[in-house]
Structures are given as structure tokens and as C-alpha cells.
Design a protein around this ligand. Structure first.
Ligand code: FPP
Length: 254
């Protein structure tokens, strides 16, 4: 138990966000402000990810989805893309045994068809080794884009319809979202973006429909349990209505 969070932390309450998703932004600016190459910012970002994964369960979080590599990130210099690929491999190599022992189930969402065989093998190994774990779910969006995922689900639905497995008329929201790569888990309650940017940047577009958004100024490599707790406390102070009205307002209006 971290002394920052404390046993009686209000964030561990029944209303805590069960699924938190994070856009881990600011690695490049963190490195630049120190006169370091961007790749070192990403390396420091992995350490922030490790701190966050460790802190999340005691805040009541059961699902954590992190944006590790977007379908747009291929436009970055080859050396940076290679480093992001290598970081995923190194993260799995260094942490898989511990995550598996701690009951963490790892899932990776995103396109797999243009990933190199060695990256695919790492992803498949991490998912296979942790597939019976249930204590905590770590979902890594890697080569992921929200629009691409929706388009992919539409293609899969069309193929299933042609095969006679589903009816085109059954493509309502619940019927369709079973084909998204996020279908295994609940939608995010809270989406956090660090570094002060206020955009979704193609992250979980369908799933974000009723998520609370929290933007924090901290650059991702500096992120830690205290920032996650602050975001969770801000979430708790929000009123979620899912398009409905406040119950007290309805009563007051008679
Ligand atoms: C955004 O910062 C961050 C990324 C594009 C990658 C996030 C990756 C990590 C934290 C590395 C670990 C990930 C895994 C899954 C092992 P940016 O580079 O866009 O920062 P900037 O906006 O300051 O330039």
C-alpha cells in the first residue's frame, strides 16, 4: 500500500472509476526540456507506466487501458518507431513474470497485420501467459486507432452477415460493439490525458461516449500515483447522467 494513497482513500470507494484509460502524452517535451533525445522520454514513460499499473488496483481500478502506439505514430522518424516497438518488447521481457504472478491479465488492442513477427510473438505470449488472470486487466492499445477499429468491426460484421452468422438488422449498438477490439471489457469511465493537450486523438472513439475526461498538465514521464489519485478524485466529484436528468432536479420539478 502506497503511503500517498492510504487505506481510507476516498478514491477506493464504490463509485470509483472501474475502467480508466490514459493517453500518455508528453514524453517528447519531457526529453526536450532536458536536452535529451525523444527516445529517452519514451523510456522514462515506461517507468511512469509501471508506477501507474502498480498504483491502479488500490484505487479501485479494475481495467486500465493505455495508448502505447497509435496508427498515426508510424509517421514519426524510423528510429523513434523502432524504439517504441523495442520498448514494448523490453516491458514484456522485464515485467511479464511479475504481472502474471500478480494476477494481471494483459490484452493488446489494435491492428496486428502490419506489426513485425517478433512484436506479434511478444504480444501473443503476454496474452497467452496471463489469459486466466482476473485480478486486474491491463489493456495496451498498440498500433491502435479508434476509427480504424470501428472500420475493422464494420468489416467483420459484414463478413459475419454474409456468412449468415448475424442478421444485418441486428447491428444495433450492442450487436455491433461485440466486434470492436475492446469487446472483452466495459467502456472506460474515465479517460485521462497528460501534458495539457485536450484532445482524444483517435483514442477509444466509440467507447468514450459517456466517459469523463480529465486533462492533467503533468508530462507523462513525471506521472505517478498522486496524479492518478487526483484524477480519480476529480472523477468522483463529477455527476454522471448518461444523457438523463439529475434525479433531484426531476423530483423538484414535480
Ligand atoms: C506521446 O508522447 C507518447 C507516445 C506516442 C508513446 C507512449 C509510449 C510510452 C509511454 C512508452 C511505453 C509504452 C509501452 C506500451 C511499452 P509524445 O512523444 O507525443 O510527446 P510530445 O507530445 O511531448 O512530443
Amino acid at each position: 500500500m502506497s503511503p500517498i494513497l492510504g487505506l481510507n482513500s476516498p478514491t477506493a470507494s464504490a463509485n470509483a472509476a472501474r475502467h480508466v484509460a490514459i493517453i500518455m502524452d508528453g514524453n517528447g517535451r519531457w526529453a526536450k526540456s532536458r536536452g535529451l533525445p525523444r527516445t529517452l522520454g519514451h523510456q522514462a514513460g515506461v517507468n511512469a507506466l509501471k508506477r501507474t499499473v502498480e498504483a491502479a488496483p488500490e484505487l479501485g481500478i479494475q481495467w486500465l487501458t493505455v495508448f502505447g502506439f497509435s496508427t498515426e505514430n508510424w509517421r514519426r522518424p524510423v528510429s523513434e518507431v523502432s524504439e517504441l516497438m523495442a520498448l514494448l518488447k523490453r516491458y514484456v521481457a522485464s515485467d511479464l513474470d511479475r504481472l502474471e504472478a500478480e494476477g494481471v491479465r494483459i490484452r493488446v488492442i489494435g491492428r496486428r497485420d502490419d506489426l513485425a513477427p517478433d512484436i506479434l510473438a511478444v504480444i501473443e505470449r503476454a496474452e497467452a501467459r496471463t489469459r486466466f488472470n482476473e485480478r486486474f486487466n491491463l489493456q495496451v492499445a498498440f498500433n491502435y486507432g479508434g476509427r480504424a477499429d470501428i472500420a475493422c468491426a464494420a468489416r467483420a460484421y459484414a463478413r459475419a452477415a454474409i456468412a449468415g452468422e448475424v442478421s444485418p438488422d441486428a447491428a444495433d449498438e450492442a450487436g455491433f460493439e461485440r466486434f470492436l477490439s475492446t469487446a472483452a471489457g466495459p467502456p472506460p469511465d474515465l479517460i485521462i490525458r497528460t501534458s495539457g493537450e485536450r484532445r482524444l486523438s483517435n483514442f477509444l472513439l466509440w467507447e468514450a461516449a459517456y466517459a469523463e475526461l480529465v486533462f492533467q498538465d503533468v508530462l507523462w514521464p513525471d506521472y505517478g500515483p498522486e496524479h492518478l489519485k487526483a484524477a480519480m478524485d476529480e472523477f468522483l466529484a463529477r455527476e454522471r447522467r448518461y444523457g438523463g436528468a439529475d434525479v433531484d432536479d426531476v423530483r423538484a420539478a414535480g
